[in-house]
Design a protein around this ligand. Structure first.
Ligand SMILES: *Cc1c(COP(=O)(O)O)cnc(C)c1O
Length: 370
């Protein structure tokens, strides 16, 4: 009996992708081994954080890096460092008033459930442009919004944003004109692996990634990459130091686990990995299309904007709708989770599946339509 069986929590076959609520991703045996090694010794945590940051910076071609406990925490810490830089103080000397008077600019179409960290930090948030408006925000409006109170621009890079924000390139240009840092939420923007340095090379000051999604690090880990001046400010007041960042605890196991996972991520054969996804999509299409009740096709990119194909399954000529079949799949043993596309179609995402699992899912789907 495994630990999940003891706790009566069923293991799931995940055809949705790297969703936090279903466990994000699975760690490799090498990562688990390295975390086990890390867990078994005492070390100086400040030194571990500093040395791991330096090693990750070298691996990702960045000036500096900091391992935190998730991308949402990383955005909080990144903005905190930007406020400290803006106020010309170390983080631990920042007052509530300093935070309140520091303005963060955000585009309305970039508002997300994760950006509540701005409220928690206590900064003043100014929204720009419109959500769902396809006309770009004029440069002039950005310039007009920036004042001596502006500490940073928060930019979200994701497949989930609505239209209505200027491009990252235009935003970087505006930020540079005013000497402002850009803190980028790129939590789910992997693959491709070169995003780990692409954004910062393009002029983003700090890029934040989730460690528990495609990086396959510990689920409670995240990565802040970029400008050394800002990360040095963080090292003074983020965990394990006392201060504003102390409550965002990241253990030796997560620090080592993320480092280990990142090394493996950069060493993996990206082409082979994409080919595996393509093969899974082909396999699913060939199995499902042999049945008159289904029409399966390759869909690209996926909902998070990741350059990985998925299978879009259409229920042609069936009385059931997508909700019914997803409900049926969730009652299989082990339960299968997948996401609906619309009333009569759903997706199968190979990103978090093996070929064997994809094949098994398809066989379960065919059983349903008997
Ligand atoms: C997943 C995600 C986050 C949060 O990442 P965690 O590592 O779970 O904190 C933040 N922003 C976006 C766009 C995400 O997709």
């Amino acid at each position: 009996m495994g630990i999940y069986e003891e706790l009566h929590v069923p293991r799931i076959i995940n055809a949705m992708g790297t969703y936090t609520i279903y466990g994000g991703s699975k760690m490799s045996s090498q990562t688990i081994e390295d975390m086990k090694d890390a867990a078994a010794s005492f070390i100086d945590l400040n030194l571990l954080q500093k040395k791991t940051g330096q090693a990750i910076a070298r691996l990702t071609l960045n000036e500096a890096a900091y391992v935190c406990n998730g991308a949402a925490a990383g955005i909080y810490l990144g903005l905190l460092a930007a406020v400290a830089l803006h106020c010309g103080k170390k983080i631990r000397y920042l007052t509530r008033q300093d935070l309140k008077e520091s303005q963060i600019l955000v585009f309305r179409s970039h508002r997300s459930p994760y950006d509540i960290v701005m409220e928690q930090l206590g900064v003043s948030v100014t929204e720009l442009a419109y959500s769902n408006h396809t006309l770009p925000c004029p440069q002039e409006d950005m310039d007009a919004a920036i004042s001596h109170r502006t500490a940073a621009i928060y930019y979200l890079e994701s497949g989930w944003t609505a239209p209505g924000a200027p491009s990252l390139k235009e935003t970087i240009e505006a930020a540079k004109r005013h000497g402002l840092p850009i803190i980028l939420d790129a939590a789910a923007m992997l693959p491709p692996a070169d995003n780990l340095w692409k954004y910062t090379k393009a002029g983003v000051d700090l890029a934040v990634f989730s460690g528990g999604k495609d990086l396959k690090g510990p689920q409670a880990s995240g990565l802040i990459l970029g400008r050394k001046e800002l990360i040095d400010l963080l090292l003074e007041s983020a965990f394990p130091k006392h201060g504003y960042g102390r409550f965002l605890k990241v253990g030796k196991e997560e620090i080592v686990g993320l480092y280990s996972a990142l090394k493996q991520y950069l060493a993996q054969d990206q082409e082979a990995r994409l080919q595996d996804a393509e093969d899974q999509v082909k396999l699913a299409c060939s199995i499902l299309n042999a049945h008159p009740g289904y029409q399966a096709a390759r869909s690209y990119p996926n909902e998070a904007g990741q350059p990985i194909p998925r299978v879009l399954v259409n229920l042609t000529g069936q009385s059931a709708d997508a909700k019914d079949i997803l409900c049926y799949l969730s009652c299989c043993s082990p339960p299968i989770i997948a996401s609906a596309a619309d009333q009569s179609s759903f997706y199968l995402n190979p990103m978090t599946l093996t070929k064997e699992e994809m094949e098994w899912i398809c066989s379960q789907i065919l059983l349903y339509s008997r």
